[in-house]
Write a protein of this length. Structure first.
Length: 130
């Protein structure tokens, strides 16, 4: 077991650099990250335009973060699996498929929350035009 060192601000700052490096890797290596960024931008823009309530913002930011977290874990798992073996292996395929499914489920949840938040004000605005 590793001996725990005393708290050090310099070490905490280094940990932020590692986290930033992970985000940079996600952006450079994962094309889906660009799709998630576009969807995030659209969702925030829609929230501003429809003037959603505070609780709506809480739900929206939660599902946006959930999708990003799932994508980060999916990328980490895929990289780890590729390190273990690049050959076809049914167990590794299963692990990769399951981690990708987590991203899909979180994205579907985000889409549902977005529809619940944005459709009512958009329908109301559309009816006002008629």
């Amino acid at each position: 077991m590793r001996k725990q060192r005393p708290f050090n601000f310099r070490d905490r700052i280094k940990s932020f650099r590692y986290a930033y490096s992970g985000l940079k890797t996600l952006w450079q290596e994962e094309h889906n990250a660009r799709i998630h960024l576009f969807a995030t931008f659209c969702a925030v823009l829609m929230a501003i335009m429809t003037k959603i309530a505070f609780t709506g913002w809480v739900f929206l930011l939660f599902v946006i973060a959930l999708v990003w977290i799932c994508e980060l874990f999916n990328t980490a798992i895929e990289n780890l699996c590729d390190k273990i073996s690049l050959e076809k292996d049914t167990r590794i395929k299963k692990v990769k498929d399951l981690s990708a499914a987590a991203v899909l489920v979180s994205s579907i949840l985000a889409l549902i929350v977005g529809a619940l938040l944005f459709l009512p004000p958009l329908i109301y605005s559309f009816k006002q035009l008629l």
